[in-house]
Structures are given as C-alpha cells and as structure tokens.
Design a binder for this molecule. Structure first.
Ligand SMILES: *[C@@H]1O[C@H](CO)[C@@H](O)[C@H](O)[C@H]1NC(C)=O
Ligand SMILES: *[C@@H]1O[C@H](CO)[C@@H](O)[C@H](O)[C@H]1NC(C)=O
Ligand SMILES: *[C@@H]1O[C@H](CO)[C@@H](O)[C@H](O)[C@H]1NC(C)=O
Ligand SMILES: *[C@@H]1O[C@H](CO)[C@@H](O)[C@H](O)[C@H]1NC(C)=O
Ligand SMILES: *[C@@H]1O[C@H](CO)[C@@H](O)[C@H](O)[C@H]1NC(C)=O
Ligand SMILES: *[C@@H]1O[C@H](CO)[C@@H](O)[C@H](O)[C@H]1NC(C)=O
Length: 274
C-alpha cells in the first residue's frame, strides 16, 4: 500500500515537474522569439552579400541562416536599432588585414534594403567594379568608409543625397576611381572629415572652392589626386577666409606642390562654427 501510494505520489510529482518544464520552455521560447530584432529582409540582404565574398578568415562565421543564429542583430559587425530592429550599423571593414584582403566580389544590390544604415564600413574588402549608385539611397548615413578597395570608374553623383554625412572616406589603393567635378559634395553641411586620397581628380577644377564651402569641415586628405591648379587669386582669397573650420588640408603627391602650396596646409582653426 505504502509502495503504491508513493508511486502515485511520484507520478504526480513527475507530471507537475514535466508541465513546469514544458511551460518554462514555452515561456523562454516566446521570450527569445520576442527578443529577435532582426528583420527578415535585412538578414537576407546580408546573406546575399556574404555569398559575394571569396575569403573570410572566419570573419563572417556568425552570419548564418540556421535557427540558432537567426538574429542578425547579434552577427559580428552588425548593429540594430534597439526599438525598430532595423540594421543601423554595418562594420565589415577588413581592419588589420587590410593589405592582404583578396580581390573579391561586388557590392550586392540587395544591400539596398538596409535603408536605415547610419554607419557603413566596407573598407579593406577588395571590392571591385563600380561604386553602385544606390549608395546614394542610404540617406541616414553619418559615417561611410569604402576605403582600400579596388573600385573603379566615376564616383556616382548620387552620393549628393547623403546630406547627414560627417565622415566620408573614399581613399583607394590605386588611382582607379575618379570624379570629374566635386559638385556632389556641396550639400554636405555636416561633413567634418573627407578623405579622397588616390581618387583621380584631374578634371575637378572646383575642388578648392567646394572644400572651402563645407561649413564644418575639419580635415581633408587629397593626396595623390592629380589635382588641377587653382588660380592664384582664388587660392589666396579662399585660404584667407575666416569662415572655414578647416584645420588640416593634406595635398601631398599632387603636382600643385611645385606651385607653392605646401605639402600640408595647416590653417588656423576657428573656434566659432557659424
Ligand atoms: C546578389 O546576390 C544574389 C543572391 O546571391 C544573386 O542572385 C545576384 O546575382 C547578386 N547580384 C549581384 C549584382 O551580384
Ligand atoms: C537603445 O539605444 C539607445 C541608444 O542607441 C540607448 O540609449 C538605450 O538605452 C537603448 N535602450 C535599450 C532598452 O537597450
Ligand atoms: C576607414 O577604414 C580604414 C581601414 O579600416 C581606416 O584605416 C581609416 O581610418 C578609416 N577612415 C576613417 C575616416 O575612419
Ligand atoms: C536622392 O533621393 C531622392 C529621394 O530619396 C531620389 O528621388 C533621388 O533620385 C536621389 N538622387 C540621387 C542623385 O540619388
Ligand atoms: C586621371 O584621369 C585622366 C583622365 O581623366 C587620365 O588622363 C590620367 O592618366 C589619370 N591619372 C592617373 C594617375 O591615373
Ligand atoms: C591673404 O593674406 C595675405 C597675408 O596674410 C595677404 O598678403 C594677401 O594679400 C591676402 N590675399 C587676399 C586675396 O586677400
């Protein structure tokens, strides 16, 4: 009798325990489903881009489609808005491996889905072909670093739409990227840092005027750009102007040098910004 009673008791305990475990499982899986912030379309865009790369050094091992790794907000180099779940940061710069980055694929069209990006670093990835025009659709970007790739052709004027930019680095490994004029810069009212090193600007006779018009610009690098000469009068009047915040203008490696513009012009930094 006692034995039977205790086994019924054990059975009950077992039932209670199982249902508690079951409920807990259900509870935690609901919680983790709620916690997944990643937006399906944005995840697919990243997976498409991953296919484009040929060598990874394991950098993208967390970018996986299986259930366990579904939350792309937790992937390496990816940052999401903690309320909307949209990807706002994509930091897949090659960093310390920069110079060993193999020539790899192109920027995949599906990245266009990441319209909420504020920070995009694709530096040092060995991208080839032209810069896609759709980069101009990331209108919320504050930071854009495409440096140390092998992009070629004309810089798309669509970049003009990126009016929130504070930092723009398009410096190349080779002189393959060019821009006929820098008109696309003129709406960059928030730009503080501009690097166009190795971009061929032979035709861009407006470079000094435009750089000077950027109200908050602090640092500009235009080394090895084959910059065209600027008329003396225009040059000295621009350089004398007190409006600019510009503190560093790097112009090394241009033939201008022989026309008496110093290698790096250190201009007086103006404390007021208006
Ligand atoms: C983008 O990725 C998709 C899926 O991998 C592929 O079908 C498409 O051809 C790629 N587009 C470009 C322009 O490479
Ligand atoms: C969401 O992010 C903002 C800044 O990006 C931060 O201030 C805030 O604390 C975060 N909220 C939560 C719930 O993590
Ligand atoms: C852009 O990326 C390169 C390589 O990762 C880095 O050296 C450089 O400082 C970055 N540029 C800016 C403006 O942050
Ligand atoms: C700038 O953005 C607007 C609206 O998003 C778009 O209609 C226009 O074509 C874009 N212009 C460029 C040059 O990309
Ligand atoms: C720059 O582009 C011009 C044509 O626009 C070309 O003649 C010149 O060779 C290029 N310079 C370099 C260093 O590639
Ligand atoms: C610029 O300033 C220098 C000396 O500071 C002066 O000699 C020169 O005439 C000025 N140029 C213009 C165009 O104002």
């Amino acid at each position: 009798m006692i034995a039977k009673g205790s086994s019924i008791f054990q059975l009950n305990v077992l039932l209670v325990v199982t249902s508690v475990i079951f409920a807990t499982n259900k509870y935690t899986s609901t919680i983790s489903a709620l916690k997944i912030k990643c937006i399906e379309k944005e995840r697919e865009a990243l997976l498409n881009q991953k296919r484009e790369f040929k060598d990874y050094n394991g950098r993208f091992s967390s970018w996986r489609a299986d259930d366990e790794h579904k939350d792309c907000c937790l992937w390496q180099g990816v940052g999401c808005d903690n309320v909307t779940g949209h990807i706002i940061k994509l930091d897949i710069g090659g960093g310390h491996d920069c110079f060993s980055a193999p020539v790899s694929g192109r920027i995949n069209n599906s990245l266009l889905k990441l319209r909420h990006l504020k920070y995009l670093d694709l530096s040092c990835n060995g991208f080839i072909y032209q810069l896609p025009e759709f980069i101009g659709s990331f209108t919320k970007l504050k930071y854009l670093n495409l440096s140390n790739n092998f992009f070629d052709g004309e810089i798309p004027t669509h970049l003009a739409n990126l009016t929130e930019l504070e930092t723009l680095d398009l410096s190349g490994r080779e002189n393959t990227l060019h821009s006929r004029n820098l008109g696309w810069l003129c709406q960059f009212h928030k730009l503080r840092y501009l690097d166009l090193t190795n971009v061929n600007l032979t035709m861009a006779t407006d470079w000094l005027e435009l750089v000077h018009k950027l109200p908050l610009i602090e640092k500009v690098s235009m080394s090895e750009c084959s910059l065209p000469e600027v008329a003396n009068i225009l040059r000295s009047s621009l350089m004398n102007s007190s409006r600019a915040c510009l503190s560093t203008l790097g112009l090394s490696g241009n033939s201008l040098f022989i026309f008496n513009i110093p290698l790096v012009v250190q201009l007086q930094q103006q404390p007021q910004r208006h």
